[in-house]
Design a binder for this molecule. Structure first.
Ligand SMILES: Cc1ncc(COP(=O)(O)O)c(C=O)c1O
Length: 408
C-alpha cells in the first residue's frame, strides 16, 4: 500500500493552521464544504493575473487563451468522471443547479399525469424539493423508496415500486446525513429494465472515491466543486450526450445561441446550449486544479486513509454513554451522524466550537428523512483528506467533556 503523507497534505491547506477560540482548528465539517488547497488558490489567482478574458466571444489572443484554459478544465472533469466526451459536461453553479437543470429541461418536457418519479427517503432538499415542484407542475407522482433500520435503501421495496410508470429514478449516491453509500450501479441497472431515466446526486461521493459514469451507466450525474476541494459557485452536470441532444435549453441569453434574429433564435449544441451568460471561468479552472489534487491524493491512498479515520471515529463513539449513531450502513463514506439521550445537538455543537472544533448540527437539508427517523436534528462529523488521527481523538475527548457538562 502507498504511504499517505498526512503532513504533506495538511501543509497545502493554509486555513488549517489557525486557532479558533484559542484552540487549533479541528475542521470536521467537510461535507458542508471542503477547504481549498494552495494549488486551487494559485490556479485561480494565476488565471486572473495572466489569462483573464471572457470565453467563447472575443477573437483576440488573450480571449483565446482564456477559452482554451476553460475548455481544458471541462476536459479535466470529463476524464475525472470517465465521460465519453467533454461535450457531456455542463458547468453549473453546483449540484442544486445541476438537478434543477434536469428537472426543468427533461422533467418539464417528459413528465405528465400518471408518470412516477422515484426518489429515496434520504434525499437532500436539492433533489427532493426540485422534483416535488416538477411533480406539482406536471401532475406526475413522487414516490419515495423507504429505508431499512440500518439506514440503507430497502431494495426489495424499490424493485416492487418500479414499473413502466417510473420515468426517472433520482437518487443520492452517498447520504449527507447517514453516510450510506447506495448501490447506484445496481439501481441504474434495475431502472433501465423499466425504461426509466437515472439521475445521481454525487455531491457527497466524488471527494471520497473515484466515480466512473460509464461504469455506473447513469443518464445524469451531478456534483459541486466546493465539496471536492474546489471553489464555490461551480458545479457539474454530466449528461449522456444522446439525452442532452434531445433537450431544449432552460435559460436564455449569450453563449447558448448559434444565430439570433428579432423573431427567433437557433440554439447551440450541448453543452453550451445549457450555459447562458458568462460562466464562472476562474472557478472552472480552480475546479480543474482541485480534481488534479484529488486524483493525486486518491492515487496515494486517500480513500483507505479516510476509511481508517472513519473507523477510529465510530469505534471511539460507540462506548460513549448517551451517544447513539444514526444508521449503521455496511458501506459508509466520509461522515457519521449522532444523537444524544441527555443533550441537545446544538448545545454540544456550541461547546465543541468553544474548543475550536467545527462540526455541523441540525437537519442537514434533509427534513423529511429526520422526520421519518423521529429526530429533530443530529450532530454530524464529516471528514476531509486533511484530517488526522489526533483530531479524531481531540473531538472524542471534547465530546465526552461536553456531555458530562450538559448532564450535570
Ligand atoms: C447530498 C447532497 N446533495 C446536494 C447538495 C447541494 O449541494 P450544493 O449546495 O453545493 O448545490 C448537498 C449539499 O450539502 C448534498 O450534501
Amino acid at each position: 500500500m502507498t504511504f499517505f503523507d498526512i503532513q504533506q497534505v495538511r501543509d497545502q491547506f493554509p486555513i488549517l493552521q489557525q486557532q479558533i477560540n484559542g484552540h487549533p482548528l479541528v475542521y470536521l465539517d467537510s461535507a458542508a464544504t471542503a477547504h481549498k488547497p494552495e494549488c486551487v488558490l494559485q490556479a485561480m489567482l494565476d488565471f486572473y493575473r495572466t489569462d483573464n478574458a471572457n470565453v467563447h466571444r472575443s477573437a483576440h489572443s488573450l480571449a483565446g487563451r482564456a477559452t482554451q484554459r476553460f475548455e481544458q478544465a471541462r476536459q479535466r472533469v470529463a476524464s475525472f468522471l470517465n465521460a465519453r466526451s467533454s461535450d457531456e459536461i455542463i458547468w453549473t453553479r453546483g449540484t442544486t443547479e445541476a438537478i434543477n437543470l434536469v428537472a426543468n429541461t427533461w422533467g418539464k418536457s417528459h413528465l405528465q399525469a400518471g408518470d412516477e418519479i422515484l426518489l429515496s427517503a434520504m434525499e437532500h432538499h436539492a433533489n427532493l424539493v426540485t422534483w416535488q415542484q416538477i411533480a406539482q407542475q406536471t401532475g406526475a407522482k413522487l414516490r419515495i423508496i423507504p429505508l431499512l433500520s440500518s439506514g440503507e435503501l430497502d431494495l426489495l421495496a424499490f424493485r416492487a415500486m418500479l414499473s413502466t410508470k417510473t420515468r426517472i429514478v433520482a437518487l443520492v449516491h452517498v447520504s449527507n446525513v447517514l453516510g450510506t453509500v447506495n448501490p447506484v450501479a445496481e439501481i441504474v441497472r434495475l431502472a433501465k429494465q423499466v425504461g426509466a431515466m437515472t439521475l445521481i446526486d454525487g455531491a457527497q461521493a466524488v471527494a471520497h472515491s473515484p466515480v466512473d459514469v460509464q461504469a455506473l451507466d447513469c443518464d445524469f450525474y451531478a456534483f459541486s466543486g466546493h465539496k471536492a476541494y474546489g471553489p464555490t459557485g461551480i458545479g457539474v452536470l454530466y449528461g449522456r450526450y444522446e439525452c442532452l441532444a434531445q433537450l431544449a435549453p432552460w435559460q436564455f441569453g449569450g453563449e447558448m445561441i448559434r444565430t439570433v434574429t428579432f423573431v427567433e433564435s437557433e440554439f447551440n449544441l450541448p453543452p453550451l446550449r445549457f450555459e447562458a451568460g458568462t460562466p464562472a471561468i476562474a472557478e472552472a479552472i480552480g475546479l480543474s486544479a482541485a480534481l488534479d489534487f484529488l486524483s493525486e491524493q486518491q492515487a496515494a491512498g486517500a480513500e483507505a486513509y479516510q476509511q481508517a479515520l472513519l473507523q477510529r471515529l465510530i469505534h471511539g463513539l460507540q462506548p460513549i454513554e448517551g451517544v447513539e449513531l444514526v444508521g449503521q450502513p455496511t458501506e459508509r463514506q466520509g461522515l457519521v451522524s449522532i444523537v444524544f439521550t441527555h443533550a441537545h445537538h446544538h448545545d454540544v455543537c456550541q461547546l465543541l466550537d468553544a474548543q475550536g472544533i467545527a462540526v455541523r448540527s441540525g437537519h442537514h437539508c434533509a427534513m423529511p428523512l429526520l422526520n421519518t427517523l423521529g429526530l429533530a436534528g443530529t450532530l454530524r462529523i464529516s471528514l476531509g483528506v486533511y484530517n488526522k488521527e489526533m483530531e479524531i481523538d481531540i473531538f472524542l475527548q471534547a465530546l465526552r467533556q461536553a456531555l458530562e457538562l450538559l448532564h450535570d
